[in-house]
Design a protein. Structure first.
Lengths: 410, 93
């Protein structure tokens, strides 16, 4: 049994918590381009570099496309690599996100979630990273600055696992988390280094017939990122899916290992359930909204309403079995989406959660609430109306409308 | 013919388990470099500039040699040659 490490409480906003974690993780290369609301991460880390507090090679690129390209190249040499972005910056990386996951480069990227133009908007919603859900990256979304710090440390250990070898996005809600000052318990640099360890490399067979660690190395030359056409492309994509399956297991293990060191865990690492066991009505959300929702669940419980909450922490890989187990006993469930899938049947999270439960014979009624777009505020009073609608559905066993827009002027 | 392998049998990320030396990447070029031996001073500028490494210095011959199996006919050697000793001719002409 490992002994819990000593910790210190300091005041950090979400972005600073990310930069602080990166500083402690002994990262070799950071290539990044600042964009609101991620800017503080890059600024803060630049300060660490300028002050000589880190040995990291910091690359100021001319665009986000270049930033991700530099990260992929650095990661290919075996370097531990980090970047951060948001909104339009992430969208500009789009092409390279697929190349990075396809090259199995375990780059860690923090996304301070922000709306996409047009109209121009700098505020928080999850349209940016949800649009990259099929890019082959692992997606973890955090609730607060503490979890942002913890998740960045965990992210290196998950992504760099030889059986995973996939890049990872850690999403924190723009402004709500990125710019809000909170008390954050931090480990010592030594404790973090010990927890994360050295980067591990999977073995590959090269054209010289040698089995060697997967990295660009003049002593063991190999061809990375070649052409694969009709005969092999499909096989490589199937391998990526296996990496995702392995990540489901690894995320849970790392969550448990981290709890031993810090005393903090986030559900099982995949889903974070709150008063869900006997819940007749439940809300599913991604990100910081769960903070407010917990307060409402507590209020409703005091009033005798069996309400519960499920925060989907890991969106990719989607924890299908865990969602089934956690939600199949409820009668009515509302899934909250802070992004839109125009012309689709509800938002991305709704579509996936509802789909995951389809095969269960006694699955609950499931409705969608789209909310918070472009940073639109959502009050506890408004969030409470979701539970009221769920109570109504559970009582009447009738759904009037599946898709709702919370806080929109009709 | 070797059997094509399953996804479980191959290295990740498309790392090549076979050398690409067997792919004759120069067999579809449009232009071929022709060297004027009288103008060539063997300065080796073309050797340095060839992006394919298809021009080699052969010390035993005291001369350079074009490897047309890999020359793509891009014309960089002709462009860079300080004595204009290399000209590009359309294949087959």
């Amino acid at each position: 049994m490992e002994k819990q490490a000593k910790q210190e409480t300091i005041a950090l906003n979400g972005d600073e918590a990310v930069a602080f974690a990166v500083k402690q993780c002994d990262v070799d290369v950071v290539a990044a381009y600042p964009i609101t609301p991620q800017t503080i991460i890059v600024e803060k880390f630049s300060e660490y570099v300028a002050n000589g507090e880190v040995q990291t090679e910091f690359v100021c690129t001319e665009s986000e496309h270049s930033a991700m390209t530099a990260c992929l190249a650095a990661s290919a040499t075996g370097a531990r690599t980090f970047t951060a972005s948001a909104s339009a910056g992430l969208a500009l990386m789009h092409e390279m996100l697929f190349v990075t996951s396809g090259c199995r480069a375990p780059v860690v990227m923090a996304i301070a979630n922000r709306a996409l133009s047009a109209p121009l908007n700098i505020h928080g919603d999850q349209s940016d990273s949800m649009a990259e859900r099929d890019s082959g990256w692992i997606h973890i979304y955090v609730e607060n600055a503490q979890e942002a710090y913890d998740s960045i440390i965990q992210a290196f250990k998950i992504a760099e696992d030889v059986d995973v070898s996939l890049p990872i996005i850690v999403g924190l809600d723009g402004f709500t988390v990125s710019h809000t000052l909170e008390n954050v318990d931090v480990l010592s640099e030594d404790a973090v280094k010990q927890f994360v360890g050295e980067r591990q490399l999977p073995n590959v067979l090269t054209h010289e017939g040698k089995t060697v660690p997967f990295k660009l190395d003049p002593d063991n030359p190999m061809t990375m990122g070649p052409i694969a056409f009709q005969n092999y492309y499909f096989e490589f994509k199937r391998q990526q899916e296996e990496g995702m399956k392995n990540a489901l297991k690894r995320i849970q293990e790392v969550n448990t290992e981290y709890a031993k060191v810090t005393g903090r865990s986030y559900g099982n690492g995949l889903i974070d359930a709150y008063k869900l066991e006997d819940a007749e009505i439940a809300v599913v959300c991604v990100g910081s909204t769960s903070g407010t929702l917990k307060v409402i669940v507590d209020e409703l419980r005091q009033e005798g309403v069996k309400a519960g909450l499920l925060r989907l922490r890991t969106f990719r890989p989607l924890p299908v079995e865990e969602l089934r187990k956690a939600l199949s006993n409820s009668t009515a469930v509302a899934v909250m989406d802070k992004s839109m899938s125009f012309g689709g049947f509800g938002g991305a999270v709704f579509t996936e959660v509802r789909h995951a439960l389809y095969d269960d014979k006694k699955h609950p009624f499931i409705v969608n609430y789209i909310y918070g777009l472009g940073g639109r505020d959502y009050s506890p009073r408004e969030l409470r109306t979701i539970f009221e609608e769920l109570t109504n559905i559970a009582r009447t066993r009738h759904v009037e409308s599946q898709i709702h827009y919370l806080g929109l002027r009709e | 013919m070797s059997r094509e392998k399953s996804w479980k049998e191959i290295s990740i990320a498309g790392v090549c388990s076979k050398s690409s030396v067997g792919f004759m990447t120069g067999d579809w070029k449009t232009y071929t470099p022709i060297r004027d031996l009288e103008k060539c001073t063997k300065c080796l500028t073309c050797v340095m500039f060839c992006p394919e490494g298809a021009i080699k210095w052969r010390p035993e011959m005291g001369d350079i040699e074009f490897d047309f199996s890999f020359c793509k006919g891009c014309g960089i050697c002709a462009n860079e040659c300080p004595t204009k000793a290399i000209t590009m001719k359309i294949e087959g002409e």
